[in-house]
Design a protein around this ligand. Structure first.
Ligand SMILES: [Zn+2]
Length: 289
């Protein structure tokens, strides 16, 4: 199934719901960073959460997620926006751990459980919005659930999943977020609470070939789609931006770089793209300063 995202409501608008399929995006993140399966799962889960949180934004608003759990993965950074674009990286993509006690990739072991989840929203105001909550599980879905309930006062259920194949390719990835709005009756709440634990995992449902609409209907029988959109991996870096960063280091430093190396290579953290500049190109940048 192609990567895409849906947004909609259930129970006459008393629940809002998001679901995303990110199999190709997660595979691209994994390949670009040469990530181990555990890291692919951690980064992929964060990217899926990020895309759905991006869908809660408007226009040019942007979102950055930082997961700093104190584990060997270091930090996870994911950038998204309202256009369904995502990019991300982790400090240590080679972290590999044995499977956990349930025979699953040990995401909590890699992420750690001693730190915080930071959400930074650029809403076009002078100062960005910053929210954070402690990491309570390290498996990430529970950590986002906790963030929504504590930091945004929105009771939510978050499911995130990444299934990595034996050849390290990504077999299925995605997630959903259900948010409870005011006005829900106790019976309606109980029905949702009872249904959620009975559902197969997100990746199982994706692997079974269920569409996102079908998955959200499993969760919320009254689900109605309001919007469907594409989601893609996209990095903001470009040769022009890298050139600007070279200009910003100043004439003297650039001359030093030219004298020592006769070339420059700049690698983007987010996508691992390498931008190479020859001695002549650096000289022409210096000449313009
Ligand atoms: Zn990049």
């Amino acid at each position: 199934m192609k990567d895409y995202m849906i947004r909609g409501t259930g129970l006459e608008g008393k629940v809002r719901a998001f679901a995303v399929c990110t199999t190709a995006i997660t595979d691209e993140l994994s390949r670009r960073h040469q990530a181990t399966p555990t890291v692919t799962a951690a980064l992929g889960r964060t990217a899926a959460a990020g895309l759905m949180m991006g869908a809660m934004l408007k226009g040019e608003e942007k979102l950055t997620i930082q997961v700093q759990g104190g584990g060997p993965i270091g930090q996870i950074i994911v950038d998204t926006n309202a256009y369904g674009e995502v990019r991300g990286y982790v400090s240590n993509p080679t972290v590999d751990l044995p499977l956990n006690a349930h025979g699953k990739l040990d995401v909590a072991g890699a992420v750690g459980t001693d730190g915080a989840l930071y959400i930074i929203k650029d809403l076009g105001l002078k100062e960005p919005y910053r929210g954070s909550t402690p990491i309570i599980s390290g498996e990430l879905a529970e950590d986002f659930t906790y963030y929504f309930s504590v930091s945004e006062q929105t009771p939510s259920a978050v499911a995130l999943g990444v299934l990595v194949d034996v050849d390290y390719s990504v077999k299925a990835a995605g997630g959903f977020i259900i948010q409870l709005m005011p006005g829900l009756t106790d019976e309606e709440l109980t029905a949702i609470e009872q249904r959620l634990p009975q559902l197969p995992s997100m990746t199982t449902m994706l692997e079974q070939g269920l569409t996102l609409e079908e998955i959200l209907t499993e969760v919320l029988p009254s689900f109605r789609v309001l919007e469907t959109k594409d989601v893609i991996f996209k990095c903001k870096c470009s040769r022009e931006r890298v050139e600007e960063s070279l200009i910003s280091i100043g004439k003297q430093e650039l001359q030093l770089l030219l004298d020592e190396d006769q070339k420059a290579e700049v690698q983007c953290h987010f996508c691992n793209e390498i931008y190479a500049f020859t001695g002549e190109e650096i000289q022409s940048i210096i000449d313009k300063l």
